[in-house]
Each structure stands twice: as structure tokens, then as C-alpha cells.
Design a protein around this ligand. Structure first.
Ligand code: MOS
Length: 734
């Protein structure tokens, strides 16, 4: 099915099941420990051996010699995979560095060996006996020092690195009010709960991988490419995933090395990355340096806006597209954005939790707060004055498909009690605490991708949906079941959803907050095909047929779906493909974040007191799971503002704080109150679901609201994230 004209009224609009805050249908399995995660499939590979990854102890250089003798002789050892015995491996399309390094070393903790043994303990103990001599080379590890050498990176998802409209320099120089500031964000680690984990089993030349992966088809492709085997010989199974956050978009070392280990020792092998291996072995969100210039009139109306971003990655890597939102969020005829990418020999940088906007808004929305103060305009009002209902780079001929930023700002401010804020910093005290409020706009791109599904109904009237879509904790099972139930007029309890298996039709997968809208649109397409088959079986014209209460109706006549399905059942498969509506219309999601903090007058400790936000992201398919997505994302925003940072050892080129004791993320006690309001919106240009993404929107801007609240509380402006006590004390003394 092709989606190339705006959606008309359709079966989803009934809103009988879709749009209901239904509990997760996989919830009980998860909380009772019966949902099998990748490393737990004991039933699938009962005799699995255990692999332990040995990571490189240098960031750049070569392996001069490997001595495996002591490790091979250790108790329980079954085999050791290295570059010398792994056979030819071709780098995956989605990987920047090789997943098995050697003799060349591309980054610290790059896998250089997999020790396979009968138990985890034996594998780990033997791994410590692998002796490697390295010939190190000097590398580049310091973004601040290297940024100057940045070059124009390749397009990211079809978007160029640089954009411009009008005459920024001229307009900026003439502006009555000029803001120019520099902001930095550090490297971030995904820190999802479930580590990278896989079990590999070979049956002849056929490989099965039980793994934890967001994008099944991409990863099947890269497993096949890396091993040089046909895609048809690779099966990926990833039914439950304990968080992805972008870390599991691609094939990683756990899956590849499990496959290599299993091939070498002739039995299934399971490999998980230990937490301290993850930040350096896998990927991270690259650090950024950002420069923002805004020229406005005295009322704060923007005429010129520029956002430049510097980041680094390994050779062949990608830039952090932190200026993305600045292309679309605010008015101004004169504008430019630019990204520069420099080579760093740190571990691979890649997508993490709303790549681009998550850190871009940490800069832009603080800059807007600073501009509001310079102009003496309320920060909410400043944003309303600068709203634009079309793509400001392209002009009015490219309107937004839907854009309710102003509605979010107004409703969010109202609900939060924004009118109680005192604009002048440092005015409100509560005991030891200086208390303040801050806000920020939320913006995240909306992408839709081709997504397929098959759907069947049996003689009992049970509906089964199969798609390789993944549920990374987001609620995919539930919204897909809701979609199928709505389309076929059956109760939700009658729908079984099977996900995360490469034998199922290829979906859009989980990434970039495109999963919910895209995957349910694919189910919509398949359900339309099944409705046509059921109508044909009933002898009814499909356009006149109604589906409800397990029946197909035509006027006064009706037939039971279960009877039409018969003993063989009826199946249909289709996918949703997209035309150029995303070119004719700018598509994005919007919101407004509000935060209240306390700053300790003596110690500068920051405590978030409450966060609230209003969001417009098309049809909200399930308000309960969507709310969970948004409060989780707001929490990530708070983490970026106050805690999260990988500390780089710029001498040796690795992330020092590589575990959950030293890489800090917020917990429940850090944010006592979170409130989420969804603004009603149907986007008929996004898909027949009229939904957009919501998973990443909540992170975008949340951290800036925290930073702005700190400024309002204590008058301290820290532009280098995270805003830690040491930086606040330094700002206090300045
Ligand atoms: Mo997301 S960072 O595209 O999983």
C-alpha cells in the first residue's frame, strides 16, 4: 500500500481500541520473568558455551604478537577466536570500525579475541591469560583541540551538513539585539538496562542468533555481509529487548563474535558484554561544541539565526547533527547551519537517544533563554513570537504537516503554573534552597519508513500479527495489537502479536522515534488486505463492509470472521510505503518543557523539584505507553543536564568512567514529580494512523529547561554540560 496523499477518514478514526491507555500486553510476562531476553534462551541452545571478549588495551596501533598458550591451556577452554583464525570478515555497512580488530587496532576496547569455555567463569579467567604485545601509534582524542580541523561530513539521512537561506551575516550585523554563545556537550553512553547480548547456533551453514537488536533487517544484512554468507542463511530472533537507546541499532561485537565462536567450537555460544566493556567497545553519542548566533529586534523577533556544530568520530564515521532543529524551529529569513566533523580515535560515535536534537536543544534553548532575558521578554512569549508555520529555510510553500508548538507552550505553561515565575534570578528562597523555573521548546523530526506485516485470522477468530518490528521497551506489542483489533473489529484480547524475528515481514524497526507510526501503518496495510479477503469470502463489497464485534457486516447482513477464516485460516501480507508527503510538508513533533529546581545556597547542589511538559505528536496511539516514553525521555534530558558525561582520557584515548557507578544517570528519587500532557492532534500527512513519533520528543529540550531553571533559581549560567557542582561553584565565584 502506498501512502502518497493525505489520509481520509479510515477505520482507525473509530478510536475504539487505538488511543485507549491500555496496559502493556507483554507486561505480565516481563514482570513475572517469563519474557525471554537474548541471553536467557536456555531452551533454544541448551548446551551453549560461554564467550568472553578480550578488548584492545590501546586506542590506535597494531597487535605485534598474541600469545594464546596460557589461555588455551586454562580449565574449560574450548577455543579462542582472533583475527588470525576468524577467516575473512567484511565490515558491516552500518559499522564504522571492525567488530573484531587486529592486527590493526582502531579504538580502545575494540574486540581482539573471544575466549570460549564451558562456563562463564572459565571463559573470563582464561581471557585474562591472553597475552598481547602492541605497537601503539599516537591518536587524536581531544575534540576541543581537533575541532579546528573539522571537515564537511557526508549527508545524514539525506540531509546536507550545511544549509542556509537569506543573508545571515548581513542581517546579524544589523540586528538590534545580538546573542552569540558557545555551548558544549560531552560524550554520552546509552546506559540501557540490558547489555548487548547474543546466543549463536549453527546448523550446517545456517546461523541463528538470539540477540538484542532494534533493527532486525539491517542487522541480518550486516551479519551476512560480515561473514560472507547469504542473508537467507541468517535468522535473527529478538523478541524482548531491555532498552536500546540507539546502542542496538546495528550489529555489534557480541553477536558477531558469538557466531564466530560457535562456528569454531561446534556448539552454540553465548556472549554478553560486561557493563564496563560497553562504553568503549560499542558506540556512544559524540561530544559537541556548538556556537549559536541570533539577531533579533528589541521585541525578540528573530531575523537572523546561525548554529554551527563541531564533533568527532573515527575515520568513516558521522557527525552529531545538533543543528538539525535550528533549521525548522523558529522564524527568521536569514539563517545558516553547519556541521563539521573531525577525526578522533575514540570509540565509535553513533546514534543515541534522539541523536542531533537531544544535544542541539541543550544549546539552542538556553540561547533562547538568554535572548529572552536580553530583550526583557518572557521565555514562553519569546518562543510564541518566533513560531513559524512553514519550513523557514524553504519558505511558505513547504508548510508543516501539523505544528502545535504554540498550543503546547500555552497549555504547558498554564498547567505548570509558569505565571508564578519571577523573571529576575535569585528571588525565591525555600530554606537553604534558591528555587527557580525554566522552560524550553521540544522539537524532534518525524520520520516514517516502509514497514511490512502479515496478519491472519483463524477459525476461533483469533488474530495473529507477525512483523520483524522490535519492542525495545516502548510498547510496540501493545500498539500493534490495538491497531489490528481496531482494523478487524475484534477485542484486543483476541490478538496475538509476534515480533522481532527475521522470518517475519520486514518492518521499519525501532529507531529515530519512527517505530510506532511506521510499524502500525504497516499493520494497517496488512489488515486492509485481510479485510479485502474477508469481504471477498463473505461476498460483500469491501468498501461497504464494516468490521465489529468479530463480524463483517454489510447492511443488515453479517458473517462471523471466524467462520470465514475456516479451518485453514486466512492470511494477508502487505507493507506501507511512502511517497513524497515528507518533502511537500515539513514533518516534526513539538512540545514544551517546564522545570522547577532548587539550588543549595551553600553547596550549589541542584535538585529537580518537578518537571512538566505538553506535547503534540499526532494521534497518541496509547496514552499510557506514550506517557511512559515521554517521562523516560524527560529523565534522560535531566541526566544530560546534570549528570551524564563520559570522561575522556585524552592521553590514551578511552572513556574512563565506564560503569554505572561512575557514569551517572538519574533515578526515581532525582525527579520527584513528572507531568505529561498530550495536545490533541491528528496528522493526516504522516500516515493512515495520523500518528507521529513520540519516543524521543520528550528528551529534546528537557535538559535546557533544567539549565534555564538553574539560572532562574541562582543566576548561574553554565554552558558546558553537565551542570555539575564544580562548574556552578566556579560560576558563582566568577
Ligand atoms: Mo535511536 S538513537 O535512533 O535508537
Amino acid at each position: 500500500m502506498k501512502f502518497d496523499t493525505p489520509a481520509k477518514a479510515n477505520p482507525i478514526d473509530k478510536g475504539r481500541v487505538v488511543g485507549i491507555p491500555h496496559d502493556r500486553i507483554d507486561g505480565a510476562a516481563k514482570v513475572t520473568g517469563t519474557a525471554p531476553y537474548a541471553y536467557e534462551r536456555h531452551d533454544a541452545a541448551p548446551n551453549a558455551a560461554y564467550g568472553w571478549i578480550v578488548g584492545s588495551a590501546i586506542a590506535k596501533g597494531r597487535i605485534a604478537a598474541m600469545d594464546l598458550r596460557a589461555a588455551e591451556a586454562a580449565p574449560g577452554v574450548l577455543g579462542i577466536v582472533t583475527h588470525a583464525n576468524a577467516g575473512k570478515l567484511t565490515k558491516g555497512n552500518m559499522n564504522t570500525a571492525h567488530l573484531l580488530g587486529g592486527p590493526q587496532i582502531e579504538h580502545f576496547e575494540q574486540a581482539v579475541a573471544l575466549v570460549v569455555a564451558d562456563t562463564l567463569e572459565n571463559a573470563r579467567a582464561a581471557a585474562a591469560l591472553v597475552h598481547i604485545d602492541y605497537t601503539p601509534e599516537s591518536g587524536k582524542f581531544d575534540l576541543a583541540a581537533e575541532a579546528i580541523r573539522g571537515v564537511v561530513p557526508p549527508d545524514s539521512f539525506g540531509t546536507p551538513a550545511d544549509t542556509s537561506a537569506g543573508d545571515f551575516d548581513g542581517a546579524f550585523s544589523r540586528a538590534a539585539v545580538k546573542l552569540e554563545q558557545r555551548y558544549t556537550t560531552p560524550d554520552h553512553s546509552h546506559a540501557m538496562m540490558e547489555p548487548h547480548a547474543s546466543i549463536a547456533a549453527w546448523n550446517g551453514d545456517k546461523l541463528t542468533l538470539w540477540t538484542s537488536n532494534q533493527m532486525i533487517a539491517w542487522t541480518v544484512g550486516d551479519v551476512a555481509r560480515t561473514l560472507g554468507i547469504p542473508k537467507a542463511n541468517v535468522r535473527l530472533i529478538s523478541p524482548y529487548i531491555g532498552g536500546g537507546f540507539g546502542a542496538k541499532l546495528f550489529l555489534r561485537a557480541d553477536a558477531l563474535l558469538a557466531a564466530l565462536g560457535a562456528r569454531q567450537v561446534g556448539r552454540p555460544v553465548k556472549v554478553a558484554l560486561a557493563r564496563p566493556q560497553i562504553p568503549n567497545n560499542t558506540t556512544h553519542r559524540p561530544a559537541t561544541i556548538q556556537r549559536i548566533r541570533i539577531g533579533a529586534d528589541r521585541d525578540g523577533v528573530i531575523d537572523a539565526i546561525a548554529h554551527e556544530v563541531w564533533s568527532g568520530d573515527l575515520p568513516g564515521g558521522s557527525a552529531e547533527t545538533a543543528a538539525a532543529q535550528t533549521r525548522l524551529l523558529y522564524r527568521g529569513a536569514n539563517r545558516m547551519t553547519a556541521h563539521r566533523l573531525t577525526t578522533l580515535n575514540l570509540p565509535e560515535g553513533n546514534a543515541m537517544r534522539a541523536p542531533g536534537e537531544a544535544v542541539g536543544l541543550l544549546a539552542l534553548e538556553v540561547a533562547m533563554d538568554e535572548l529572552a532575558e536580553m530583550c526583557g521578554v518572557d521565555p514562553v512569549e519569546l518562543r510564541i513570537r518566533n513560531d513559524v508555520q512553514f519550513d523557514p529555510e524553504a519558505g511558505p510553500q513547504r508548510p508543516f504537516s501539523s505544528r502545535k508548538l504554540v498550543e503546547c507552550l500555552r497549555a504547558g505553561a498554564d498547567r505548570f503554573g509558569w505565571n508564578r515565575r519571577i523573571p529576575k534570578p535569585g528571588q525565591v528562597r525555600d530554606g537553604r534552597w534558591l528555587v527557580g523555573m525554566g522552560m524550553a521548546s521540544a522539537f524532534r523530526n518525524n520520520l516514517a519508513g516502509k514497514s511490512g506485516a502479515r496478519i491472519g485470522i483463524d477459525a476461533q477468530g483469533r488474530v495473529v500479527v507477525e512483523t520483524d518490528m522490535t519492542d525495545i521497551g516502548t510498547g510496540s506489542y501493545t500498539i500493534i495489537a490495538q491497531t489490528a483489533a481496531e482494523m478487524l473489529g475484534v477485542p484486543l484480547e483476541q490478538v496475538t502479536v509476534r515480533l522481532g524475528d527475521s522470518r517475519f515481514p520486514v518492518s521499519a524497526g525501532s529507531g529515530g522515534q519512527w517505530g510506532a507510526n511506521s510499524s502500525t501503518a504497516g499493520v494497517y496495510a496488512a489488515a486492509m488486505a485481510l479485510r479485502a479477503k474477508l469481504a471477498e469470502a463473505a461476498g460483500y463489497p469491501v468498501d461497504a463492509a464494516g468490521f465489529e464485534d468479530g463480524l463483517i457486516r454489510n447492511g443488515n447482513e453479517s458473517r462471523k470472521l471466524a467462520a470465514l477464516a475456516g479451518d485453514t485460516g486466512l492470511w494477508a501480507e502487505d507493507s506501507m510505503e511512502y511517497g513524497d508527503l515528507d518533502k511537500r510538508y515539513a514533518q516534526a513533533t513539538f512540545g514544551a518543557h517546564f522545570c522547577e529546581v532548587g539550588v543549595d545556597t551553600d553547596t550549589a547542589e541542584v535538585r529537580i523539584r518537578r518537571m512538566g511538559g505538553a506535547f503534540a505528536a499526532g494521534r497518541i496511539l496509547n496514552p499510557k505507553s506514550a506517557r511512559s516514553q515521554v517521562i523516560g525521555a524527560m529523565t534522560m534530558g535531566a541526566g544530560a543536564a546534570l549528570m551524564e558525561a563520559l570522561d575522556v582520557d585524552t592521553r590514551f584515548g578511552f572513556f574512563v568512567n565506564h560503569d554505572m557507578a561512575e557514569y551517572l544517570v538519574p533515578v526515581h528519587a532525582d525527579i520527584p514529580q513528572q507531568d505529561v500532557l498530550f495536545i490533541d492532534e491528528l496528522d493526516d500527512k504522516s500516515s493512515p494512523m495520523k500518528a507521529k513519533g513520540v519516543g524521543e520528543l520528550g528528551i529534546c529540550g528537557a535538559g535546557a529547561a533544567v539549565a534555564n531553571a538553574i539560572y532562574n533559581a541562582a543566576g548561574l549560567r553554565v554552558r558546558d554540560y553537565p551542570i555539575t557542582i564544580d562548574k556552578l561553584l566556579r560560576a558563582q565565584m566568577a
